[in-house]
Ligand binder design. Structure first.
Ligand SMILES: Cc1ncc(COP(=O)(O)O)c(C=O)c1O
Length: 407
C-alpha cells in the first residue's frame, strides 16, 4: 500500500505494507497554526454528553462487588464470549445463542470472519466507497480486492450478477448495509435478500458490517437480512458484524458476530490463536447494563433524537451556505454526511486544502475511500460528536474557504 513504512530486516512484509494513515483529514499542518479554534468534522464517535457514565459506573461497581462475577470479570473467559452476554445479544437480535460470538468490537469481528474464509490470492469484493480499515484487513490476509459501485438502495447487484454469470468468483463480499460509513446509504430489504441468494448460488460469503443499524432517524428501523440466513446451524453465507462502539462507546471494545453455529465455532477456534479471548470486565459490565432493556431502549432513543437533530442542523447550514452547489442526501441515520463539493472544487487541490486549513476546519477527504479510482469531489462530515453551534460555525467556515474559489 502506498504511504507504507519501508520493509526492513526484522519486520514482516505486512509490517512494511500497513504503515501510514488509512484515510486522510484535509491538511492539518496549516490548521494547527491558525488563529481560530479547530472545528473537527472528521470524527466517528458518539457524543460525549449522551453517554451514561453513571450507569457505567454502577454496572462496573456491581460486577466487581458481586461475589458471583468479581473474579470471573478479571479472569479468562470462553473465546466466544460470556454466555450471558451471548444470550442477551441473541435475544435482542432474534437468533439463537449458538449463532452469536462476542468480539472486541467490529474490527475484531471483521478480522475473525475474514480469517475464517480468506486464503492468500482469494478475491474479495467491496462496495465503493468503503471503510478503509476493513480493506486493510483483507489485503493483510493476502486477498485481491475488487470493487462494486454502491448505488441508491444498495450495491450494484445487476452488475455483480452479470460478472458472476460471466465466470467471476469471489470468496467474500464486504458491505456496510445500514447508514453506510461514508455515504449514509441503506441497503433495502429486497437487495439484502437478493445479495444472499447470489451468495448462496455462487458460493461467496457476505460480511455485513453494521455498526450504525440501531441509529435510525425515521419511524422505522432498516429492513434486516432474511431470518433463515441469520440463524443457520450448518452453513450460511451471512456474517453480520455488530458493535456497541457507536451506542455505548468504542473504548468498551465489545461487539459481536452473528453467523451460522458452525461458523461461530470456527471463529472461536481462530480467536484462540489471535488474542485467546476478549476482555472479561467489559463483557460483564455491558451484560449488567443490558439486564434492564428499558434502560437500553431509552438510551438508543435519546441517541437517535440527538443525532437526528444534529444531522438536520448540518444539512440546514449546508443549504443556507451553499444553496444547491453542495450535493448530498439527508442522512437517514448513523453519524455521517457525504457531500459532493461545488463543481470545480476538489480535495486533492492544494488551493482547497490551504483555504480550509486557514479556516481551521477539518473534514475527511472523500478520495481516501476508493480502493481503485479515487473521487476527489467528495468529503465526509461527521456530525455525531459536535454541538449545533459548532456545526453551524464549521459550515460557515467551509463557505468562507470554498465560495471565494468559485468566483
Ligand atoms: C463501518 C465500520 N466498521 C467498523 C468500525 C469499527 O468499529 P469498532 O470500534 O467496533 O471496532 C467502524 C468505526 O468507525 C465503522 O464505521
Amino acid at each position: 500500500m502506498s504511504g507504507g513504512v519501508p520493509v526492513r530486516a526484522g519486520y514482516s512484509q505486512i509490517a512494511g505494507h500497513l504503515g501510514g494513515p488509512a484515510f486522510l483529514p484535509l491538511r492539518r499542518d496549516a490548521a494547527d497554526g491558525a488563529a481560530k479554534p479547530l472545528i473537527d468534522l472528521t470524527g466517528g464517535v458518539p457524543d460525549e454528553g449522551v453517554l451514561p457514565y453513571r450507569s457505567y459506573d454502577d454496572a462496573t461497581h456491581a460486577v466487581l462487588t458481586d461475589a458471583g462475577t468479581a473474579f470471573k470479570s478479571v479472569s479468562y473467559i470462553p473465546p466466544a464470549g460470556i454466555g450471558r452476554l451471548r444470550e442477551q445479544v441473541a435475544r435482542w437480535r432474534g437468533v439463537s445463542v449458538d449463532n452469536v460470538l462476542i468480539t472486541d468490537g467490529a474490527m475484531n469481528g471483521i478480522f475473525l470472519a475474514a480469517q475464517a474464509m480468506i486464503d492468500p490470492g482469494d478475491r474479495v469484493l467491496v462496495e465503493t466507497p468503503t471503510f478503509p480499515f476493513a480493506l486493510r484487513i483483507f489485503r493483510r490476509l493476502g486477498a485481491q480486492v475488487d470493487t462494486l459501485a454502491l448505488r441508491r438502495g444498495g450495491a450494484d447487484l445487476d452488475g455483480l450478477e452479470r460478472q458472476l454469470r460471466g465466470g467471476a468468483r469471489y470468496k467474500a463480499f464486504y458491505t456496510i448495509p445500514d447508514f453506510q460509513n461514508l455515504t449514509g446509504e441503506v441497503t433495502d430489504g429486497a437487495h439484502k435478500r437478493r445479495l444472499l441468494e447470489l451468495a448462496d448460488r455462487y458460493g461467496f460469503a457476505v460480511i455485513a458490517d453494521d455498526p450504525y443499524c440501531d441509529l435510525w432517524f425515521g419511524d422505522d428501523e432498516p429492513a434486516g437480512f432474511p431470518q433463515g440466513y441469520r440463524q443457520a446451524d450448518d452453513y450460511s453465507p451471512l456474517y453480520e458484524i455488530g458493535t456497541f462502539s457507536k451506542t455505548l462507546g468504542p473504548g468498551w471494545r465489545v461487539g459481536w458476530v452473528i453467523a451460522s453455529a458452525d461458523a461461530v465455532r470456527r471463529l472461536a477456534a481462530i480467536r484462540l490463536c489471535v488474542d485467546g479471548n476478549g476482555s472479561a470486565i467489559g463483557q460483564y459490565a455491558i451484560s449488567r447494563l443490558l439486564e434492564d432493556p428499558v434502560w437500553f431502549d431509552d438510551l438508543l432513543d435519546a441517541e437517535r433524537r440527538l443525532y437526528r437533530g444534529r444531522a438536520r442542523t448540518l444539512t440546514t447550514a449546508l443549504h443556507d451556505t451553499f444553496g444547491g452547489s453542495v450535493l448530498f442526501d439527508e442522512p437517514q441515520g448513523g453519524f455521517f454526511l457525504w457531500a459532493r463539493l461545488p463543481r470545480g472544487i476538489a480535495v486533492d487541490d492544494v488551493r482547497v486544502q490551504d483555504a480550509l486549513a486557514r479556516q481551521n476546519v477539518l473534514v475527511t477527504r472523500g478520495d481516501s475511500f476508493y480502493p481503485d479510482r479515487p473521487d476527489a469531489s467528495y468529503v465526509r462530515m461527521g456530525f455525531s460528536a459536535i454541538g449545533d453551534d459548532r456545526l453551524r460555525e464549521g459550515v460557515h467556515r467551509l463557505g468562507d474557504a470554498l465560495l471565494p474559489l468559485l468566483r
